[in-house]
Design a protein around this ligand. Sequence first.
Ligand code: ZN
Length: 285
Amino acid sequence: MVIGRVAVLALGLAAGAWAAPPPAMLDVAPEAVDRAPLLPADVGWLDRPAPGWKHLQTEHFVLHHDQKIFAAKVARLGEQFYAAISADLPNLRDRAAPARSHIFVFRDPRDWQSVVAGTPGLEPWTASFVRGQVMYLQETGTGVADKMETLAHEMTHLVFNRFLPVRLPLWLNEGLAEYYGEFAYRAAKGMGQSRRDAFRPLRHWTPLADLFAATDYPADPAEVARFYATSKYLVGYLLLKQPRDRWDAFFGRAAAGEPALPALLETYGWADVAAAEQDFARFAR
Ligand SMILES: [Zn+2]
């Protein structure tokens, strides 16, 4: 999920990931769309007369859209993000392949309000989200970079749903999505992003004990942005300030379904959450 939007680095954004040729795209007829991975609610959206969906297919995705220019951009960058994020999961395979994930692209805010209102369990602040093999992407934000950061965030969730046999803890899932949201678009464009710009001092963060315990988003909307920021900064700290082999060990255990907190404390040599928070504070401040 992403809230209304808020370098080439070790994680993922390896140089080779961007060297691939542009992905092939094909317009497909409605009757040619594979509906197998869709839930009834997704089919409901696909069958709505408005906004008059057209369908664009790439290797891993089928997009439903009403404007080809933006959809083609989403398709092209979506495949690039898929390549970069999955390159960071070397020991895992795409369990959904060759089935395609679906991406609905909403441009009309009124349609988006219907999506949010009609989807049980969705927070009112939701700007885009992934459910299973389906991404609901709202074209929102002022510039292309904003929009593509949202795509990179949601693509992280979609790739994890394809590759991971388990669901990661909320902080790790959202922290990585925010991390890719921050860096993936710039990397795709061949632009760097300084770590200092990406991680300016964080004045307030969610206490790590609360962060680790969270299985749902904070009820207080004011806490939500803080929860996302803390998740992103913690992932950034682990990836940028700690040796990479520790990340590989920790993430491997979490992705295999081990309880993440004991794996985290053990891998990074922290006696308890307070010790972790002490080190984290030096990075975040
Ligand atoms: Zn998210």
